[in-house]
Design a protein around this ligand. Sequence first.
Ligand code: DC
Length: 220
Amino acid sequence: MASFLIVAIDGGAASGKSSTSRALSERFNFLHVDTGSYYRAITAELLSRDFTVATLAAVPAALPSLVFGTRVNVRSAQMEIGGRVIPETEIRGAEVTAAVSHFAAVPEVRAALLTYQRGQADVARAHGFGGLIMEGRDIGSVIFPNADLRFFLFADVEARTQRRALEGRADAIAERDRLDATRKTAPLTIPVGATAIDSTYLNLEQVVDKISGFIAAKLA
Ligand code: DC
């Protein structure tokens, strides 16, 4: 019987990772970490400091001035930068969404987040959670390659575009996937040995039930 589980959930833009991870964290009382929100927070902070996708070369020099912290909000971890959590409306806004894949491709940005992300397991333990559900693009491949369970969610680009439209959000899904999958450092990939789940024709509950079965078996 495992006493603390680390579950990695990777997938492309709008593949259902967040809704699935949030539901799983409720079902099992695990800490939910949406690493995309971390890349978004860093992007928002750098945009507010007048960096643009045209000045990415100057980003590494600015990184030491970003002091990261973590706030646990019920079952979700939120990144603090300089003691402040950047509001959801800002990190999910059009400007950040259009720029985030470019900032996330900067190797120094990824290096700055590596240890921080691994440290979220300690945050989960310290808060008494039974495990960690971490979602992103490189969790099962780079951040926690030895996670207890690793999943990769995918769905047709049409289904994903429709999901975003229902949320009332504009998102160049195919273009973000292309940038995320072709970058040199920690690209979006199906980790070897991960369980791939096609959610094109599954609803949220069906995906959550499927993954829950694996988690329950590990906990049994
Ligand atoms: O999951 P999301 O769409 O909110 O993620 C925003 C961007 O962050 C995504 O386009 C790529 C980047 N990202 C990443 O490079 N690695 C992760 N582990 C998570 C997100």
